[in-house]
Design a protein around this ligand. Structure first.
Ligand code: HEM
Length: 128
């Protein structure tokens, strides 16, 4: 049978774990993004794993553990500019390559995440 979700197509939980690890390793090294996050990435890494799993058609882990995503509201405490969204998306693109997520899944995921990332932008003021 052909896979019916992006989650299945990329290899499910194992690939999602690799992706999230590779992503936050990059965020941690990114001078623009690092200051927005707490010292430890452990919690956000786990929550992002739940969220991306659910977003791409896997088990509804985020809903179970955290309820309604309301992601824009949850990001309001952090000043996020277009530059942050671009940096976030480049970390994600590189993480997808590292996790060996191939086309067409990579492009489908990137398109969806691009919308979400720009939706999180909540200030025009660059402080860097
Ligand atoms: C949480 C930054 C985009 C999903 C967070 C946190 C920060 C952050 C600082 C909170 C860390 C903490 O103190 O716990 C950013 C920046 C973005 C961005 C700078 C640039 C646009 C996104 C996108 C998604 C996402 C596109 C979804 C695909 C999440 C999730 C959480 C989170 C699921 C955890 C929310 C919870 O508390 O349950 N993000 N984020 N973020 N972010 Fe983002």
């Amino acid at each position: 049978e052909r896979p019916t979700t992006v989650y299945q197509a990329i290899g499910g939980a194992a690939t999602m774990e690799k992706l999230v690890d590779a992503f936050y390793n990059r965020v941690e090294q990114n001078a623009l993004l690092r200051p927005l996050f707490p010292p430890s990435f452990d919690e956000v890494r786990e929550r992002q794993y739940w969220f991306l799993t659910q977003l791409f058609g896997g088990p509804r882990l985020y809903q179970e553990k955290r309820g309604q995503p309301m992601l824009r509201a949850r990001h309001l405490p952090f000043p996020i500019t277009e530059k942050h969204a671009q940096a976030w998306l480049s970390c994600m693109y590189e993480a997808m390559v590292e996790a060996e997520i191939t086309e067409p899944a990579r492009e489908a995921m990137l398109q969806r995440l691009t919308m979400t990332a720009y939706h999180m932008v909540n200030t025009e003021i660059d402080t860097d």
